[in-house]
Design a binder for this molecule. Structure first.
Ligand SMILES: NC(=O)c1ccc[n+]([C@@H]2O[C@H](COP(=O)([O-])OP(=O)(O)OC[C@H]3O[C@@H](n4cnc5c(N)ncnc54)[C@H](OP(=O)(O)O)[C@@H]3O)[C@@H](O)[C@H]2O)c1
Length: 288
């Protein structure tokens, strides 16, 4: 049976993609760096786990042994994302991997450091001999989860960019389903899919939807660059990541991040999840 290697397996994206693959009876190998994460993923039903560091070539070589397909999900804003992807691609070619699915980002062309590194990863994949699919997801709806207590308890929706900037927010659950379909179903070789949600929403739009769903007033709060930097430093975020996020926030303020939902609609065979549905399902526990 085709073994699918998933990197970033214990992360937010990896876990949901793996559970969609297991639901489709796929044999999944998880690449992990912590024994507890390996235990949790084995409990979820992965066939095996390979322990290692994405920056170690020998670990990647072990992980790729007898693998048919790869879903490569790099840790977010990793400073060596381009190098890691190039190494993964070169080793996958050498080990006879049949399909390589790269988890990229919507609009890798924009002038934001981690988008640029994903662009370089896409470039390396296009120049390889591998059959590939590139997934380009927009910003996740799940960024709300981290501020949910403030929204619910204080009626505040803070984000570090302009409150009118619009995003084609996308549900991570839909992304996981789309990723699994691309890996399992035939016909996705040499495709690049923009994976955007069905609505272009600003923080003010999200606050208005949340007000309706929660039955209380929710206010969008645009945090300044200074506030963002102070909070990130206090949380121990590395300086390089703070700089990268500050550039991203400035880009978001100027342009938002918008995409087209049609590829997502076609891949899922249904309407992608709307923001209000996501809130009710994931944060209010309603069966949708
Ligand atoms: N958030 C968004 O809106 C968005 C939009 C588009 C694309 N994306 C992309 O989605 C991808 C995944 O994001 P995420 O939020 O799911 O990430 P995440 O939850 O932070 O997960 C990162 C994963 O990478 C693992 N990891 C970190 N460093 C590693 C290393 N050196 N060696 C091996 N494994 C390592 C982590 O392991 P541990 O569990 O041990 O920490 C974890 O499994 C990123 O590439 C991001 O750019 C995100």
């Amino acid at each position: 049976m085709n073994t699918i290697l998933v990197t970033g397996a214990s992360g937010r994206t990896g876990r949901r993609a793996i559970s969609q693959l297991i639901a489709r009876n796929q044999q999944v190998r998880a690449f992990v760096r912590r024994p507890e994460a390996a235990r949790e993923l084995l409990d979820m039903g992965v066939a095996d786990c390979v322990m290692g560091d994405l920056e170690q070539e020998s670990d990647l070589r072990r992980a790729l042994r007898d693998v048919g397909s790869v879903l490569h999900i790099c840790p977010p804003m990793h400073p060596a994302e381009d190098k890691i992807a190039e190494r993964m691609i070169r080793l996958s070619e050498a080990q006879g991997v049949e399909r390589f699915v790269l988890y990229s980002v919507l609009h890798p062309l924009v002038d934001v450091p981690h988008h640029r590194r994903k662009l370089d990863a896409e470039h390396a994949l296009l120049n390889s001999s591998l059959a590939y699919t590139i997934l380009q997801p927009c910003r996740y709806m799940q960024h709300l989860n981290a501020i949910w207590a403030q929204v619910r308890d204080h009626g505040l929706h803070p984000m570090p960019f302009d409150s009118k900037a619009r995003f084609s927010l996308v549900d991570l659950h839909d992304l996981a389903e789309a990723s699994a379909k691309v890996l399992v179903e035939p016909g996705h070789d040499y495709a690049t899919y923009q994976l955007a949600g069905p609505e272009r929403l600003s923080m003010e739009d999200c606050a208005a939807i949340l007000s309706g769903v929660l039955g209380r007033d929710v206010k969008a709060v645009a945090r300044s660059d200074d506030e963002f930097r102070r909070g990130a430093q206090a949380a121990g975020m590395p300086a390089e990541r703070i700089e990268g996020m500050a550039v991203m926030n400035a880009h978001y303020t100027a342009h938002g991040l918008s995409g087209n939902p049609n590829a997502m609609r076609w891949l899922l065979g249904r309407e992608p999840t709307h923001f209000a549905e996501f809130v009710k399902r994931e944060l209010m526990g309603e069966a949708i």
